[in-house]
Design a binder for this molecule. Structure first.
Ligand SMILES: Cc1cc2nc3c(=O)[nH]c(=O)nc-3n(C[C@H](O)[C@H](O)[C@H](O)COP(=O)(O)O)c2cc1C
Length: 241
C-alpha cells in the first residue's frame, strides 16, 4: 500500500525569493484520500474506538504512535502551553501520561486548571484524535507500577532533573545526574523507587473526536461527548470539516 500523501503541488519556490517578508507561504497542499469513517463502524465507547485506531497505528510503521500533544492552560492568565508526551497506558477510565509534577510548566498549569487536552496524529492513516477532559492524579503506588519498568537511566533521570528549571549549562545537569548515580550506586534497579513528585496523571475524557482526512478537506469527524465524567452515556455527533 502506498501511504505517501498525494499533493496538489501548489508550492511555488519563487514566492520565497520574491516575498522576503513571508518566510513561509502556502507550502504543499496535501490530499487525504486513504480512508473514510462512518457512524456505523464506531464502537460503543470512545476508549474502545481509540484502542482500535491505536492498535492499527502500532502495527504500522507509524513513528512513535504513542506520542501525543498534551495541552494545558494556566489560570487565571489563560496562557496555554503544549508539549509532546508519551501515552503510557490506556484504561477504561482514560489516558495515562507520566511526567515531573514538581517543577514542570505542566504542573503549574494543572495545579490551577483541571482541564487538559491530548492530540494524536497518525500520519500514515491520515487520522487525528482529540481528547478533552479532566486531569486526575494517580496514586503513588499506581505511578510506581509504571516507574518500575523504566530503564535504570530513566529512573535516575526522573530523580535528577528539575524539569523545566533554567540551567546554567549542560555541565550543571551532568553533575546533578552523576551525583544521583553515585547516591544510588548500591541499589538494584528495583530498589530505586519513584520520586514523590514524579508519576502519572489520567486524562478522563469528556469529549473524544475521531478525525479521518478526506479529499478536498471534506473530512469525516465523529465526536463522542458526555455531560460529565460520572456518566457512561456518550452521544456521538458528526462535525463539519
Ligand atoms: C516525542 C516526545 C515525547 C516526550 N515524552 C515525554 C513524557 O512522556 N513525559 C515528559 O515529562 N516529557 C516528555 N517529553 C518532553 C516534553 O515535551 C517537555 O519538554 C517536558 O515535559 C517539559 O514540559 P513542561 O515544562 O511544559 O511541562 C517528550 C518530548 C517528545 C518530543
Amino acid at each position: 500500500m502506498n501511504l505517501d500523501l498525494p499533493t496538489d503541488k501548489t508550492y511555488d519556490e519563487s514566492v520565497k525569493t520574491e516575498k522576503k517578508d513571508k518566510l513561509v507561504f502556502a507550502p504543499e497542499t496535501y490530499q487525504y484520500t486513504l480512508y473514510t469513517l462512518s457512524e456505523d463502524e464506531l464502537v460503543n465507547s470512545p476508549i474502545e474506538q481509540f484502542d482500535k485506531w491505536f492498535e492499527e497505528a502500532l502495527k504500522s510503521d507509524e513513528p512513535i504512535p504513542e506520542s501525543v500533544v498534551f495541552s494545558t492552560c494556566s489560570l487565571p492568565s489563560g496562557r496555554v502551553s503544549s508539549r509532546y508526551v508519551l501515552l503510557k497506558e490506556l484504561d477504561k477510565r482514560g489516558f495515562l501520561i507520566f511526567s515531573n509534577w514538581d517543577t514542570s510548566k505542566k504542573e503549574k498549569d494543572v495545579e490551577t486548571n483541571k482541564y487538559a487536552s491530548l492530540t494524536f496524529l497518525w500520519k500514515k492513516f491520515q487520522r487525528q484524535v482529540r481528547v478533552e477532559g479532566i486531569v486526575e492524579r494517580l496514586t503513588y503506588e499506581e505511578s510506581q507500577e509504571y516507574y518500575g519498568v523504566r530503564p535504570r537511566g530513566s529512573k535516575i533521570g526522573a530523580w535528577a532533573s528539575p524539569q523545566s528549571k533554567v540551567l546554567k549549562n549542560r555541565e550543571e545537569l551532568d553533575k546533578i545526574v552523576a551525583a544521583k548515580e553515585k547516591e544510588f550506586e548500591g541499589l538494584t534497579d528495583d530498589e530505586i523507587k519513584c520520586p514523590p513528585k514524579w508519576g502519572g496523571i489520567r486524562i478522563v475524557p469528556l469529549e473524544v473526536e475521531f478525525w479521518q482526512g478526506r479529499q478536498s478537506r471534506l473530512h469525516d469527524r465523529l465526536s463522542y461527548r458526555r455531560e460529565s465524567i460520572e456518566t457512561d452515556e456518550w452521544e456521538v455527533v458528526r462535525l463539519a470539516p
